[in-house]
Design a protein around this ligand. Structure first.
Ligand SMILES: [Zn+2]
Length: 315
């Protein structure tokens, strides 16, 4: 990237990957990628090599989240630099293979953009996940997608939290983008969720084609929800949960949770209130996959990011 004043120039986008099945039971991404592997016409754009790819085929086959360990946490520098071998967990082995094909992570040889397709059981609607507030290419792309989706909304979750950020599959790319669409139960396909995901990807690829054609995108602002805190369920001394997400909070992803608002409901009907000092915006509320991660929901704070103007580097 070259910055001149408020204009950032990026190289042409040549290689794009679309990952499905990073979690093997998230069916929209699995189904779309399998469909595009058979016929990729829909995801092809002028001058761009687009590669649909199933990242965790064994988990897809079994229709489970993962075999040994969460692939979407496995792309750590330690894992990627360990020598290969039969003793490694399947997903660590797989992360190393994916890093060979689409990376190496952090190198000039890495793919330009990776879209990683996920479903959530939470009522999050269409969500794009970014890992950096200073990647102006990605900020412009999500701005374009949000505008193209109107009147439907498309939220942007920003996870650059020093402790809560994790080593995702998409992090191999120069510009990593997560798609998280729900609510959809694990192992289930819902047509509305499938179509939303497909539409987001269409707009994203259109943006890349426009960018490559030399269009300059003017400076803009993007509303994002920045990951703030992980909230666990109340638990007893044995670690078992003692309460559920409160009915007033259930399905209210992205709506403000104010101090004193109901947060959990114990099994005997008692209400536990949110005691934070200021309003937060919860999301991933009651996500099925996060019980094992001791997470009932995450809180976010809303902020507006400035995206500089961008265009293709003329060289
Ligand atoms: Zn997932």
């Amino acid at each position: 990237m070259v910055s001149r004043g408020s204009l950032s120039c990026f190289r042409e986008i040549k290689r794009v990957a679309i990952f499905g099945g990073t979690h093997g039971n998230e069916m929209s991404g699995v189904t779309l990628v399998n469909m595009w592997l058979k016929n990729s016409a829909e995801v092809e754009r002028n001058g761009v090599f687009t590669r649909p790819f199933i990242t965790n085929p064994k988990a897809v086959e079994k229709c489970c989240r993962y075999i040994d360990t969460d692939l979407n946490r496995a792309f750590t520098p330690e894992n990627l630099s360990t020598p290969g071998g039969d003793g490694l967990p399947y997903e660590v082995q797989r992360a190393k293979e994916i890093n060979q094909i689409f990376g190496p992570k952090g190198s000039p040889d890495a793919y330009d953009v990776i879209f990683d397709l996920h479903n959530t059981t939470s009522n999050m609607g269409s969500t794009l996940i970014l890992e950096s507030s200073t990647d102006h290419f990605n900020l412009q792309m999500v701005h374009y997608i949000k505008k193209a989706m109107v009147p439907e909304s498309c939220m942007v979750l920003l996870n650059e939290h020093p402790n809560l950020k994790y080593a995702t599959s998409r992090s191999v790319a120069k510009h990593p983008v997560g798609l998280e669409v729900g609510p959809q139960p694990q192992g289930v396909l819902r047509s509305n969720i499938f179509e939303s995901m497909r539409t987001i990807l269409k707009h994203a690829l259109d943006f890349i084609e426009l960018f490559n054609s030399g269009v300059e995108f003017p400076a803009c602002s993007v509303e994002v929800f920045r990951v703030h805190e992980r909230m666990d369920y109340p638990r007893d001394t044995n670690g078992n949960i003692t309460a559920m997400v409160h009915p007033h909070l259930q399905d209210c992803d992205w709506e403000p949770l104010n101090p004193g608002d109901p947060m959990f409901q114990t099994f005997d009907g008692r209400t536990i209130l949110f005691e934070g000092g200021s309003p937060v915006y919860p999301t991933f509320i009651n996500e099925a996959a996060y019980y094992e991660k001791q997470q009932a929901f995450i809180t976010t704070r809303r902020e507006t990011l400035a995206a500089s103007a961008i265009r293709k580097n003329s060289k």
